[in-house]
Design a protein around this ligand. Structure first.
Ligand code: HPA
Ligand code: MG
Length: 218
């Protein structure tokens, strides 16, 4: 996706006060700002679904990258189901769920471990895959995942990520459909977690120092 087509979330433009929206009381002290309110996320998901359907040709295998991608995946699929292409056809969907873990070691650039069996991967041959991710940070995990999936010869692979982080640690990877570009801060909510916390927060927020300490791994 051309960067002019995504929403650049800069703190100057998106300056919501915590009092402007409802934050669950159990997280009140644990976030320092609201970066993207839930309603704005939903409006953007509508548009991304429209773009995806406009460019789709035939059935899609929509692949949810767990766990962080589950909320975006659920909301996106809900919209795509109700849309039709320019020629008036609805898009047949099948759904796949992939748990991806990155492993980094000293010598290599890292390897991803994917929760699918060999037989499940072989099902991808000749299909149009749509990978649904919550966030592209360095891009390393996605590049490795795509390398792996291409071995099974799908007829196409498109990637959508709700967020892309503007960080100098990026490897330059840019997905086909991006919701928002965000500053280089640690964000939580809308299924994005910090040590498994904050997935139950609707807005995308920046975690506070208080939150980092409170939910730090022992
Ligand atoms: N928040 C949550 N999960 C993440 C992030 C983030 O900012 N970056 C990579 N994974
Ligand atoms: Mg993720």
């Amino acid at each position: 996706m051309d960067p002019s087509k995504w929403i650049d979330v800069t703190p100057e433009k998106f300056n919501y006060h915590l009092d402007h929206f409802v934050i669950p009381t159990h997280y009140e002290k644990d976030v320092s700002s609201i970066l993207i309110p839930h309603g704005v996320i939903m409006d953007r998901v509508n548009k991304l679904a429209r773009l995806i359907v406009d460019e789709s040709n035939g059935p899609l295998v929509v692949c949810c990258i767990l766990k962080g991608g589950h909320q975006y995946f659920a909301d996106l699929v809900n919209v795509i189901k109700k849309l039709t292409t320019k020629s008036g056809n609805s898009v047949p969907l099948s759904l796949e769920f992939i748990r991806v873990k990155s492993y980094h070691n000293d010598q290599s650039t890292g390897e991803v471990k994917v929760s699918l069996t060999e037989d499940e991967c072989k099902e991808f041959k000749g299909k149009n895959l749509l990978i649904v991710e919550d966030i592209i940070d360095t891009g390393a995990t996605m590049v490795k995942l795509l390398e792996k999936l291409r071995q099974y010869e799908p007829s196409s692979i498109k990637v959508t990520s709700l967020l892309i982080k503007k960080t100098d640690r990026s490897n330059g990877y840019i997905p086909d459909y991006v919701g928002f570009a965000i500053p280089d801060a640690f964000v939580v909510g809308y299924a994005l977690d910090y040590n498994e916390y904050f997935r139950d927060l609707d807005h995308i927020c920046v975690i506070s120092e208080h939150g980092k300490e409170r939910y730090a791994n022992p």
